[in-house]
Design a protein around this ligand. Structure first.
Ligand code: AHM
Ligand code: MG
Length: 332
């Protein structure tokens, strides 16, 4: 993997997307355009986030989103920006967003693609100047071209994703994505307004020594999860938890580790959402040689039944995820 400071300047995201498209002579370029639309919106969000402390747009907007969580102003900003970019880009017929109860019909009935998106994940971190992220999945529609998007389009299994990725607004801003042929990471160069390839062919280690979980919930976790945490402590693993899924996932991708959000007494089905959080990260994890389950099933094989469905989530280095599942199975 190239260090982001020594990566050859030259491979911009746009060029990379174009090169990949050339390798598929029958590709029409619509997916490439859709990826560019997402990248463009992410640059706008990046600008807003960097200005958040200055422009007084930090803090809760005073509304609640579908899950009853207080919605931050920047959540709203990010949702509007992404929705608009996807609407205007013209390649997306329907969107499911964390910030919106129902399917968003973009008014592009002739578009082929569906996008599931969490426009600004971990947004409670903004007030304390800690990193946040965007997570997205792209699917081909199931309904006929020329008609409005349907629930069947939205409720596809994760295996049906044609592309997925995240944007990490951290000490640097990065866009990491996969179209099913490995995972590549791009670092944003703000003075040029371009993403440059900095992490080609990302792979996650088979095992690692970082575990990421909100341990405050320990006494409400299933016994197998508690036993696994105890095991991590016996092994003297490092506990690392930002509380910003993209950041925790990204660190574990680079260093090797496991991220867990189990069922808890507060979130009996887990907190994280299958469609626009877990599926995308599971697709990326698997593309990088990692593993993602709900404790017993592969996440990508779960057939969704509702837009904002939650699931327990175990993701990261495959040997660590397997070990955590072994502890869970022992308890059954
Ligand atoms: P959000 O979509 O409302 O931002 O919630 C998702 C976030 C994840 O980024 C993070 O991993 C998790 O919630 C943290 O939850 P908790 O504070 O319960 O540990
Ligand atoms: Mg979220």
């Amino acid at each position: 993997m190239l260090d982001r400071f020594t990566a050859p300047v030259g491979t911009t995201l746009d060029r990379f997307i174009a090169q990949k498209q050339e390798q598929f002579p029958y590709a029409t370029g619509e997916l490439s355009q859709l990826l560019r639309d997402i990248a463009l919106a992410s640059k706008i969000i990046n600008r807003e986030i960097n200005r958040a402390g200055l422009s007084g747009i930090e803090g809760a907007a005073g509304q609640e989103n579908v899950q009853g969580e207080s919605q931050q102003k920047l959540d709203v900003v990010a949702d509007v920006r992404f929705t608009r970019a996807l609407q205007k880009g013209g390649e997306t017929c329907g969107i499911v967003s964390e910030e919106c109860d129902n399917i968003i019909d973009t008014g592009n009935p002739h578009a082929k693609y569906i996008v599931a998106i969490d426009p600004l994940d971990g947004s409670s971190n903004i007030d304390v100047n800690v990193l946040v992220g965007t997570i997205f999945s792209i699917y081909r529609r199931k309904s006929p071209i020329g008609t409005p998007p349907t629930m069947q389009d939205m409720l596809q299994e994760g295996t049906e994703q044609v592309a997925a990725g995240y944007v990490l607004y951290g000490s640097s801003t990065m866009l990491v994505y996969s179209t099913g042929y490995g995972v590549n990471g791009f670092t944003y160069e703000p003075s040029l307004g371009e993403y440059f390839l900095s992490h080609p062919g990302m792979k996650i280690k088979d095992t690692g020594n970082i575990y990421s979980i909100n341990e405050g919930g320990y006494y409400s976790f299933p016994q197998g999860v508690r036993d696994y945490i105890d095991y991590c402590k016996e092994e003297e693993y490092s506990g690392r938890y930002i509380g910003s899924l993209v950041g925790d996932f990204h660190r574990n991708m680079l260093k090797g580790g496991i991220y867990i959000y189990p069922a808890t007494s507060k979130y009996q089905k887990g907190k994280l959402r299958l469609l626009y959080e877990c599926n995308a990260l599971s697709f990326l994890a698997e593309q990088a040689g990692g593993m993602a389950t709900d404790g017993s099933r592969r996440i990508l094989n779960i057939k969704p039944t509702e837009l904002h469905q939650r699931t327990p989530f175990f993701v990261g280095s495959p040997k660590m995820v397997q070990k955590a599942m072994d502890f869970l199975n022992e308890e059954e």
